[in-house]
Design a protein around this ligand. Sequence first.
Ligand code: APR
Length: 310
Amino acid sequence: MARKKIAFIGAGNVGATCAHMCFLSGLGDIFLYDVVDGLPQGKALDMLEAAPVVGVDVRVSGSTNIRDIEGADCCVITAGVPRKPGMSRDDLLKVNAGVMSTVGRAIKELCPNAFVITVTNPLDAMVTQIKRETGFPKNRVVGQAGVLDSARYRTFIAAELGVSVASVSAMVLGGHGDDMVPIRSHTTVGGVPVERLIPPERLDEIEQRTRQGGGEIVNLMKTSAYYAPAAAIWEMVEAYLLDRKKILPCAAYLEGEYGVSGCYAGVPVLLGAGGVEKVIEIELTPAERSAFERSVAHVRELVAAMDKVL
Ligand code: APR
């Protein structure tokens, strides 16, 4: 079977780190694209030279020519600028929306059958712009946010209880902003509802830390996170290319699910060879539902703000 081609559009911290994970797991041929000359070529060559040691036979290449993404089966978009201290994800709106327009048009022309994972922030607006520019069906345009936000939530719960992260199952839904919604009612540890194990006030603190998890790292590193974001994207790429049928929280285009129409929002989806094969509807508590609705209202405001500056 021919190897799949994974195109990383943006070869900075998140893009290259994810490419490296996909390379290590031999998921497919890796192509890195960036506007900074030398960067994608150099990172690709560096990665390729690790192949004999790690024992993978995939192609790795990089260039500053967007046309080289041609024929990619999966595109991962991290192109744009990341946050600096004091910036919210929304502050990136104008510059990154322009980048999405260019990138979206290129994908439409050069990779008409690709599954597209958008990561650039502000995520919910950027994935909307990619969907518009590509004109791809909703199952093939998805945003990465929920896997990362849920991973942070799971990390903090596991640490609190001193249990394996593998035993913690959790979901963070809604938009990828400070009003994202950790779904406490569906969070379990070894199958036991988390509310039976951690007192509500402490869960409030853990959830607040989760919501500000990205900002916590920006404050430490003076730029945004990349190991955990890259791992989150990797899980989505893998679910698609290997048809894993994983249920993962992703930004998906909603048409009636959760009472939302014509808008992206973080919801649990089934990811497999068909891309977003299904949106899974879970029952939210009234408080979770109103927090979800507030978060979606913010996504709509963000898209309206983007439309003003585009
Ligand atoms: N086309 C291609 N690449 C571009 C373009 C463009 N028009 N504009 C910028 N880039 C490249 C930059 O040269 C840089 O190498 O995108 C890359 C972004 O990488 P970083 O600056 O290292 O940022 P990173 O931490 O990877 O974050 C990328 O993902 O998680 C989000 O908020 C984050 O929006 C940010 C994005």
